[in-house]
Design a protein around this ligand. Sequence first.
Ligand code: 15L
Length: 297
Amino acid sequence: MKTILITGAAGDVGSHLRRELAGKYALRLSDLRPLTPAKGERFARADISNMADALRITRGVDAIVHLGGYSVEGPWEGILSANIIGCYNVFEAARRNGVKRILFATSNHAVGFYPRKQTIDHRVYIKPDGRYGVSKVFGEAVGSLYADKYGMQVFNMRIGNVNPAPIDKRRLSIWFSPRDLAQLVTIGIEHPDIRFEIVYGVSGNTRSWYDNSNAYRLGYKPLDDSELYAAQILAKEGPGHATGDLYQGGTFTHVEAVPNPAPLPKTAAAANQAKKRAAKKPAPKPARKSVKKTKKK
Ligand code: 15L
């Protein structure tokens, strides 16, 4: 039985994946948050922005499903440490530990600024819709480098929205059911010819704005289609947003117009408060300059 490391295992996607893959693989789990492992799982708490932790968790595994990091738009400090430094550390630690295969959970937000009326495939130029999207593009780029330079086998899944059922109109186009997620991940782990691939992590949705032919070429046959839920979802859909509704990334394309949805990490929040307090202090009065009077002619 293969041993698979899932980073970010305590998150939503990780929880669905653990349930779906139970018994199929020996699961090693890691997360910054605590987690109680089920039978057949092993858990190691780790901060992937720390290379020593990344080296510790990637030792002795056959493949890594890298889900760890920020999963929404958020403050740059958090994204930098978890999604940029953390992602680099996971790839580099895998290389040093001789782990050949990485499945990287990239996101629809790596290409979220494509308009909804356009169908895109795995070859389109990147169009991130926020700092989170940029961090996913970074991960795809690191994967490309490690595939070309070190012969690693990298499977990038631009994941839509993993949920037992789609939750709104936009998600009808990007819904990814847990069992389809498990099927795609299994292809990423088992397919003999993976070098560097980009696929869309979505179910076989009628309203999809992706041409997912690359996933189908590798054997993916999604079992679910969000259309089953469409009437019910559309009936309760709210008024929408002028910008968000134009683009595939939805709210991620305008999220800065509203309060930031992700809380700052404690240290960064404290630093910000200190800055605000310093900014409020009245500035010292400038020294009075002697102004020479010019004679009126
Ligand atoms: C993502 O990339 C996020 O990880 C997930 O939380 C959802 O927000 C999803 O995209 C989405 O676009 O719905």
